[in-house]
Write a protein that binds this ligand. Structure first.
Ligand SMILES: NC(=O)c1ccc[n+]([C@@H]2O[C@H](COP(=O)([O-])OP(=O)(O)OC[C@H]3O[C@@H](n4cnc5c(N)ncnc54)[C@H](O)[C@@H]3O)[C@@H](O)[C@H]2O)c1
Length: 359
């Protein structure tokens, strides 16, 4: 019998998807024993729906539960930092939704706290998991794609007044950013997961779709450490919603599936330049074992990592890279200057990427 870790889900919005896609299909590995939400409707609704014993209003009560292994933080962005720090200090394992925290300074504090804690931390980037993206990852990691030339990342989604009627959304102090920080963070993470570290970025952000404080259109020109060049585009005003990643390598051209909220699931186009590459890819992918998409696999791999059976599927360093891109983007857009990576403590936006007056 494998070990079953006990879980508290904090925040019943996307937290419900963590239960449905992450914990229910992995019932031999996890048991959700508590649901914590300030909203009694959400709290009781989820507890009733999934037969969860403990209905908790106050987050701090979770820290005192000796039989609780994992705190899964699915609250709005502005409360991630204090919750992650408190949970690590209490020695709990932590899962946290994106954005992990609200600045590079905070992410560096979290990384330092994680080193001291007996708990392990896994940020959420569930778009990395599914057959399409994992096959491509295998091809690139095996060296079959060859030298990366260029890539494009398009996050063309749609959000309107209904979405922004939730009070924390659309505001710098609570959402901490717009399409760049909240939405395109997933496709940008997919891109760096496959293509490596960025070296420099020139970005622009604009608010053109909704009446909100934060941006809802972005575009950037990116140079990667490999020398490859990339362009990132995102909007929340697209009539037709897609996520699309297209990568041109020496030996292959790769294109993601376009399913906006699960681009990693369906098989991606891998177009080989010649028959030898085609044959090598077929051999590599022969006997492919199904990789369920999104939270199902991310939570399963987290269990493996806790049991010492594999690496952490998403790390705080991955979150740091994602938040470096966010920081660089906002700074570049404000100053009209290119930003070089890594972005460290000397950078003017290290302590906050929020515009002046909101920080
Ligand atoms: N990975 C993804 O694809 C994905 C998708 C949606 C949202 N998110 C992220 O998940 C987080 C939550 O987003 P959402 O859309 O679910 O928001 P939401 O507003 O629908 O749900 C958040 C819930 O947290 C509760 N809450 C707020 N403060 C709390 C506190 N101090 N203690 C306990 N409960 C508290 C609220 O009552 C609410 O029910 C955000 O960081 C968002 O960016 C990620």
């Amino acid at each position: 019998m494998s070990r079953v870790y006990t879980v508290a889900v904090v925040g019943g919005g996307i937290g419900r998807s963590h239960i449905v896609e992450g914990y229910e299909p992995n019932k031999d590995k996890y048991k959700v024993i508590a649901i914590c939400d300030l909203d009694p409707g959400r709290r009781n609704g989820l507890a009733d729906e999934f037969g969860i014993e403990r209905r908790i209003e106050n987050f701090d009560d979770l820290l005192k539960m000796d039989d609780l292994d994992i705190i899964d933080i699915c609250t709005p962005p502005m409360v991630h930092y204090p919750m992650v720090m408190a949970a690590l200090r209490a020695g709990k394992h932590v899962i946290c939704e994106k954005p992990l925290v609200g600045s590079l300074a905070e992410v560096d504090e979290v990384i330092a706290e994680e080193k001291k804690s007996k708990g392990k931390l896994m940020p959420v980037f569930q778009y990395r998991f599914g057959n399409g993206i994992q096959q491509v990852k295998r091809v690139i990691d095996a060296g079959l794609a060859g030298k990366p030339y260029v890539g494009t990342v398009e996050t063309l989604w749609r959000r309107g007044p209904d979405y922004y009627s939730v009070p924390w959304r659309g505001k710098w102090k609570t959402e901490l950013g717009g399409v760049l920080m909240t939405h395109a963070i997933h496709p940008h993470d997919i891109f760096t997961y496959l293509m490596g570290e960025p070296k420099a970025l020139f970005g622009r952000v604009a608010t053109r779709v909704n009446t909100i404080e934060v941006e809802d259109c972005i575009s950037a020109s990116v140079e990667m450490a490999s020398g490859a060049l990339a362009s990132f585009t995102a909007t929340l005003g697209s009539a037709d919603e897609i996520s699309r990643i297209r990568l041109a390598f020496e030996n292959v051209t790769i294109e993601s599936d376009h399913e906006a909220y699960n681009p990693g699931k369906a098989i991606w186009k891998i177009l080989p330049r010649n028959d030898a590459t085609k044959a090598a890819i077929e051999t590599l992918l022969a006997g492919w074992v199904d990789v369920p998409s999104r939270f199902t696999t991310q939570m399963r791999l987290f269990w493996d990592a806790l049991e010492g059976l594999g690496p952490m599927p998403v790390t705080s360093a991955d979150s740091r890279r994602a938040l470096e891109i966010v920081t660089a983007f906002y700074h570049s857009s404000e100053t009209r200057e290119e930003v070089s990576f890594p972005v460290g403590p000397e950078h003017p936006k290290y302590h906050s990427w929020l515009p002046e007056g909101f920080a």
